[in-house]
Write a protein that binds this ligand. Structure first.
Ligand code: NAD
Ligand code: DAU
Length: 355
């Protein structure tokens, strides 16, 4: 691993990974390719360690000419592919960008990688970042998802990610392209765009706005701190077996309501409301997400056994640190909340979203 192309490196997980990799590997050069959609922000890449080893390129992963040029000019030997449309609610309201970026974009990268890899057999890696949502939904008592669980995606987002996973595997089976895939559960931590549950609840909590809980808040997600995800990806790049898939998760199972209540409890301690009430008084039950997956749970035995990975962050301390981060980064928060596109999206009344 000498020259790494990180797609989607200005987004939430990608920017944490770029920071992690530059710190961990002093001699590695990182090229970030990111379109800077509503979710990508240059502010996420401020204060990088060893900035002289990092190059940022604004561009589309669907642009084959650009991708070919970047792979050749930078002698890329490793692609870590994060770029995607990532928000389930947006995929329900408008699936087209998900089909374009997640499927056509991944296909474009695979074609370019196959072409570049011809000149570097044995020294190349295409690592595809995917999600546990490709496996569908569990009911109470079902065994956790694992690497061999059949795919059963429900939302346009998860169907587009499933499609991209299949393409990546097809390039291994058909062309021997040296790939690895990881399917991870819900991430939280610094730099997460506040359309997702945890940062939305933190920021709405601090500013006294409603905390919109879908349905009765009974759905269950498996939460993982983003730095634990970055560590897992790094270990897969260093020690993972070509052609293999690794499931990654945090091994905790709160309901959505429980996690919102935990955030409120931490906020009550750190930033008490002026009226003395708990932040739980801001919770509002709103229309449920159509096709809302009930439960995710992920079995991480394989990555623990084969690569020696396990998550370092407990949920409560990870959340406390994350809340501190949002409290201490008001300039970042302001720059996000200033964006018109975000304001119009988030201000859409949950009861009236025209699904
Ligand atoms: P994000 O939405 O925060 O970031 C996505 C990034 O991709 C943005 O910077 C955006 O500008 C960029 N991008 C979008 N379309 C692009 C295009 N056509 N060309 C180039 N760049 C483009 O997403 P995230 O939460 O950081 O997720 C990153 C990856 O991890 C995604 O593939 C997602 O499916 C996967 N994943 C996310 C989670 C999670 O909890 N957030 C969990 C498991 C897997
Ligand atoms: O499981 C991995 C996936 O996790 C990733 O692949 C996706 O990119 C990522 O967005 C995330 O998907 P979710 O749909 O699970 O995340 P989200 O934060 O949108 O929602 C988490 C849960 O909280 C979900 O059950 C819906 C609920 N929710 C969400 C929001 C935004 C609410 O109750 N209220 C809300 O306002």
């Amino acid at each position: 691993m000498k020259n790494v192309l990180v797609t989607g490196g200005a987004g939430f997980i990608g920017s944490n990974f770029v920071r992690y990799l530059l710190q961990r590997e002093p001699d590695v050069k990182v090229v970030t390719l990111d379109l800077l959609t509503y979710a990508g922000k240059m502010e996420n890449l401020e204060d990088l360690p060893r900035p002289e080893n990092h190059v940022f390129v604004q561009g589309d992963i669907c642009n084959r000419e650009l991708v070919d040029q970047l792979l050749a000019e930078n002698a890329i030997d490793t692609i870590v592919h994060f770029a995607a449309e990532s928000h389930v609610d947006r995929s329900i309201l408008g699936p087209m960008p998900f089909i374009q970026t997640n499927i056509i974009g991944t296909f474009t990268l695979l074609e370019a990688a196959k072409n570049a890899w011809k000149d570097k057999p044995g020294e190349f890696r295409f690592h595809h970042i995917s999600t546990d949502e490709v496996f569908g939904a569990l009911q109470s008592g079902d065994p956790a998802f694992e690497e061999g669980t059949p795919y059963n995606p429900h939302s346009p987002y998860s169907a587009s990610k499933a499609s991209s996973d299949h393409l990546v595997r097809a390039y291994y089976s058909t062309y021997n392209l040296p790939i690895t895939i990881s399917n991870c559960s819900n991430n939280y931590g610094p730099y997460q765009f506040p359309e997702k549950l945890i940062p939305l609840m933190i920021l709405n909590g601090i500013t006294g706005k409603p905390l919109p809980v879908y349905g009765k808040g009974e759905q269950i997600r498996d939460w993982l701190h983003v730095m634990d995800h970055c560590e897992a990806i790094y270990l897969i790049l260093k020690k993972g077996k070509i052609g293999e898939t690794y499931c990654i998760g945090g091994d905790n199972q709160p309901t959505n309501l429980e996690i919102v209540q935990l955030i409120c409890e931490i906020l009550d301690d750190k930033v008490p409301r002026a009226d003395g009430k708990s932040h739980t008084s801001q919770i509002q039950y709103v229309s449920d997400r159509p096709g809302h997956d009930f439960r995710y749970d992920i079995n991480t035995n394989k990555i623990q056994r084969e690569l020696g990975w396990k998550p370092a962050h407990a949920l409560r301390t990870g959340l406390e640190e994350t809340i501190e981060w949002y409290l201490n980064h008001s300039a970042w928060v302001d720059s996000v909340l200033d964006k018109d596109e975000f304001s119009s999206w988030i201000n859409t009344n949950y009861q009236e979203r025209d699904y």
